[in-house]
Design a protein around this ligand. Sequence first.
Ligand SMILES: [Zn+2]
Length: 185
Amino acid sequence: MTRDELVDKMIAFAKTIWSQFWQALPDEQRLRLGGMEEEIRAVSRSLEEGIWAIFAESLDKLAIELSGQCECGQRRERRSDSVEVALLGYRVRFPCTYLYCRACHRGTNPVRQWLGLEHGGVSLAFERALTDLTTRMTFGDAVDSMEEHHEQKVDRTKAERVTYHSNRQTQPASAVESPSQHSKD
Ligand SMILES: [Zn+2]
């Protein structure tokens, strides 16, 4: 299914429930551009968060599918784990099951590897937006600006850490690797 097809299906469903939602809003909101701008933005934001959660579940499911069994043939033990990632505008908690072989004493956490969390639990877009600000203003002003423009509270210490980490990098952060590269972990 393509992106357009996915969105078409979602819109078709939204149409079936739209009037119940829209009619329940007060007139001063539902008949005004400003009111609906605020409302639709809030809906989009929640929707995006929900889609991120679906993606996160899919990743963990795939990790178990691909790495549930060790190279030695044993079924790997599973330990639930999760990690919170700062994306631009959101925080998403990713389940990332740790898979461990008792026979080989070797473990793997494919989701953490795919997400590239050696970058401190932030996405590249988040890192870019933040370092763009911290190179132009003080850390204090930068965290205020992140909150104002991206509705994202950032801890000042975290802002410093991400900036220093980013400055140390000579290469851009690597893209998410494809699952096939880890199928034999
Ligand atoms: Zn094994």
